[in-house]
Design a protein. Structure first.
Length: 258
């Protein structure tokens, strides 16, 4: 006769707990099942001062762009020829560059870093670089058509230097993250190059702002077609506030070279 192994010996009550079948709690988690549980959630990355700095950055860049466009459209835009596109596109590009920096600065987790890098690249490569390139070509071609000399002002000279630097910046930045950083031999060399790319950006961006300041606050066209208080607010105070806000949000821990 077959004996049920879960049954107690004869004479032992079935209710005896030692002979009850083992019950497995389906809700219990093993250590393996909880692995990665915390990684599903994004931890706060904000730092004291980040929110006010972001607000200051957005307000200052809005004043800069709106003032530039208002001055351009308010002064016979159809008579400006190719020059019409220069202030509009350059100011738009600077605003997009600012967004590209601000959106990537606070990220410190793998998930947020990846999302921030995507926003950074889309903003800068899809919008900012094309805009500033067309705006630069418009003024260069205009000078060519009128047989005007190049590099006669600090505004023009610094502007061209900034654009040339931007090209190098793109090569270094893209080469350090695309295809696993293969251009620089992969990690850890590529990761080090990304740090240089980040540090370089904090010098390149204020150079763009300085070129905009020279063109907006001191060029003969803007001084003859706008009020001093507008130029002071839009092309001197706003760029300073914008760059200061970016510095407040900067994470120096991401640029440790040694």
């Amino acid at each position: 006769m077959a004996i049920d192994p879960s049954s107690p010996p004869p004479g032992v009550p079935r209710s005896n707990a030692d002979y009850e079948p083992l019950q497995v709690d389906s809700g219990a988690r093993s250590p393996q099942s909880t692995m990665g549980y915390d990684e599903q959630f994004v931890k706060p990355e904000g730092r004291r001062g980040d929110v006010p700095a972001m607000g200051a950055a957005l307000i200052s860049v809005a004043i800069f762009v709106v003032s530039t466009w208002a001055i351009t459209f308010a002064n016979h835009p159809t008579s400006l020829g190719l020059f019409f596109f220069h202030p509009l596109l350059q100011s738009f590009a600077i605003a997009v560059f600012a967004y590209g920096i601000l959106t990537l600065q606070p990220t410190s987790q793998a998930k947020t870093k990846a999302a921030g890098l995507t926003r950074h690249q889309l903003a800068i490569l899809a919008l900012g670089v094309p805009a500033i390139s067309v705006g630069t070509l418009a003024i260069v071609y205009r000078k060519y058509l009128h047989e005007s000399p190049h590099f006669t002002t600090w505004h023009g000279t610094i502007g061209i230097v900034s654009v040339a630097w931007m090209v190098v910046q793109i090569i270094v930045g893209g080469g350090s993250v695309w295809f696993g950083g293969r251009l620089f031999g992969g990690n850890p060399k590529a990761k080090l190059m990304w740090k240089y790319h980040r540090l370089s950006g904090y010098f390149l961006f204020p150079l763009f702002l300085f070129a905009a300041h020279l063109g907006g606050a001191w060029s003969s066209w803007t001084t003859g077609n706008s009020l001093y208080v507008v130029r002071l607010l839009a092309f001197t105070i706003s760029p300073i506030v914008l760059f200061a806000a970016i510095l407040v949000r900067m994470r120096t821990s991401k640029m440790q070279f040694f």
